[in-house]
Design a protein around this ligand. Structure first.
Ligand SMILES: [Zn+2]
Length: 150
């Protein structure tokens, strides 16, 4: 099996983040792929758009993927290090790989995921860092609400 193209998969998550930004939301996107490159689901943070704090990029992509018989050979691709809520989802369902665009603007649960055998890849993408960093600088209150800070 060829090595999954993590960069190409990240582009799907970035497109979702950009769409969220255009909607006035928090620019974080995600996608769930199978190792063979099949796209199962894609989504974005819609806290602002839907007034729903449980719709993170990862949970949205996960739900859009529908029922899957197995997750070990799936890849959760996200523009940002996954928060505890989404890291819990990865462990709960045994998702084998997490590919993240960056972990500069937020350091979530990816170390914990690594410790528990999840293959974690940080692509350190400058575009992801800039997109969310600029948004946080302009919207600090919404950001603190999203990450549960006072
Ligand atoms: Zn999350």
């Amino acid at each position: 099996m060829p090595t999954p193209d993590h960069r190409a998969m990240l582009e799907t998550a970035i497109a979702e983040a950009r769409q969220g930004l255009a909607e006035g939301g928090i620019p974080i996107g995600a996608a769930l792929y199978r190792n063979d490159g099949t796209l199962l689901g894609r989504g974005r943070n819609r806290r602002v758009q839907e007034g729903d704090p449980s719709v993170h990029g990862e949970t949205d992509a996960f739900r859009k993927a529908g029922r899957q018989r197995r997750y070990r050979d799936t890849i959760m691709v996200t523009t940002l290090s996954p928060c505890w809520y989404c890291s819990g989802l990865v462990r709960q369902f045994g998702i084998g790989t997490v590919v993240m665009g960056e972990s500069v603007n937020f350091h979530g649960g990816h170390d914990w995921l690594r410790q528990h055998g999840v293959n974690v890849v940080d692509l350190r993408d400058p575009g992801c860092i800039a997109m969310l960093g600029d948004w946080i600088a302009a919207n600090p209150e919404v950001w603190n609400e999203d990450i549960g800070e006072d």
